[in-house]
Design a protein around this ligand. Structure first.
Ligand code: AP5
Length: 213
C-alpha cells in the first residue's frame, strides 16, 4: 500500500495536536509536529534550537530554513515511510512549495476551524507534560492530580508561548501567513473543512471522515 500523507491545518489551539495523537493510533502512521521538533531542538540545546528560540517566544514563525532542515531530517526516518500527519507544517506558502519541490504528494488537508474566543480560552487553560508532551486543559481535561501527568507522572505546566500577549501575536501570524494555505489547497481539491468546536470525540469523528476513513 502506498504511504498516506495528511496535513492538519488550523490556528493555534484548534486541536491539531490533540487530534493527531488519536489519529496516528487509528491510521498506523506517525505525527510530525514542527512545534514539537522545534521544542525538542531547544531542549537539546542544538544550534537550530537556539536559532528558533527568540521567534517562538515572540509568537513569530521560525525562519523557513531552520524548519525545513528539521522536517527534512524527520521525513527521512524509517518510521515516516508508511505515511504521516503533518501538524503545524506547512505554515506558509513557501513551506508548502518546499513539499511540492520534493515531490511529496499530500492526500488530504483538513482545515480545523474554531472561533477566536474559544482559541484564546483553550490556550489560556492548556497545560502540557514537560516529560511526555501529553496535553491537558485546566477545565475541559484536567489531570487527575493538579500539575502531575496522568500518563507518566511528569510535571504538567503552561507552555511559555501560551502567555496572553504571545497568543495574540500567534493568532495574527496565523491570519497573515498560514490562512492563505486554505485557498492554496482548496484550489487543488484536496482540502476538507471540519468544525473544531464540540467534544474531542465528535471532532475526531469528523476529522476521520474528512480524511476519507
Ligand atoms: P506549534 O507547537 O505548532 O503551535 P500551534 O500551531 O500554535 O498549535 P498549538 O500547539 O498551540 O495548538 P493545537 O492546534 O495543537 O491545539 P491542542 O491540540 O494543543 O508552534 C509553536 C511555535 O513554533 C510557533 O508559534 C512558531 O514559532 C514555531 N513553529 C512551529 N511550526 C512552525 C513552522 N512550520 N514554521 C515556522 N515556525 C513554526 O489544543 C489546545 C488546547 O485545547 C488543549 O488544552 C486541549 O486540551 C484543548 N482542546 C483540544 N480540543 C478541544 C475540544 N474539542 N474542545 C475543548 N478543548 C479542546
Amino acid at each position: 500500500m502506498s504511504a498516506r500523507r495528511f496535513i492538519l491545518l488550523g490556528p493555534p489551539g484548534a486541536g491539531k495536536g490533540t487530534q493527531s495523537a488519536r489519529l496516528i493510533e487509528a491510521l498506523g502512521i506517525v505525527q510530525i509536529s514542527t512545534g514539537d521538533l522545534l521544542r525538542a531542538a531547544r531542549k537539546a540545546g542544538t544550534e537550530l534550537g537556539r536559532k528558533a528560540q527568540s521567534f517562538m517566544d515572540a509568537g513569530q514563525l521560525v525562519p523557513d530554513e531552520v524548519v525545513l532542515s528539521l522536517v527534512e531530517e524527520r521525513l527521512s526516518r524509517e518510521d515516516a515511510r508508511n505515511g504521516y500527519i503533518l501538524d503545524g507544517f506547512p505554515r506558509n506558502i513557501a513551506q508548502a512549495g518546499a513539499l511540492d519541490s520534493r515531490g511529496i504528494v499530500v492526500e488530504r488537508v483538513v482545515n480545523v476551524s474554531v472561533p477566536v474566543l474559544s482559541l484564546v480560552e483553550r490556550l489560556a487553560g492548556r497545560r502540557v507534560c514537560q516529560s511526555c508532551g501529553a496535553t491537558y486543559h485546566l477545565v475541559n481535561q484536567a489531570p487527575r492530580e493538579s500539575g502531575v501527568c496522568d500518563q507518566c507522572g511528569g510535571v504538567v505546566a503552561q507552555r511559555k508561548d501560551d502567555d496572553a500577549a504571545v497568543v495574540e501575536s500567534r493568532l495574527r501570524v496565523y491570519e497573515s501567513e498560514t490562512a492563505p494555505l486554505i485557498g492554496f489547497y482548496r484550489a487543488r481539491g484536496i482540502l476538507r473543512d471540519v468544525d473544531g468546536l464540540g467534544t474531542t470525540e465528535s471532532v475526531y469523528q469528523a476529522v476521520l471522515a474528512a480524511l476519507g476513513n
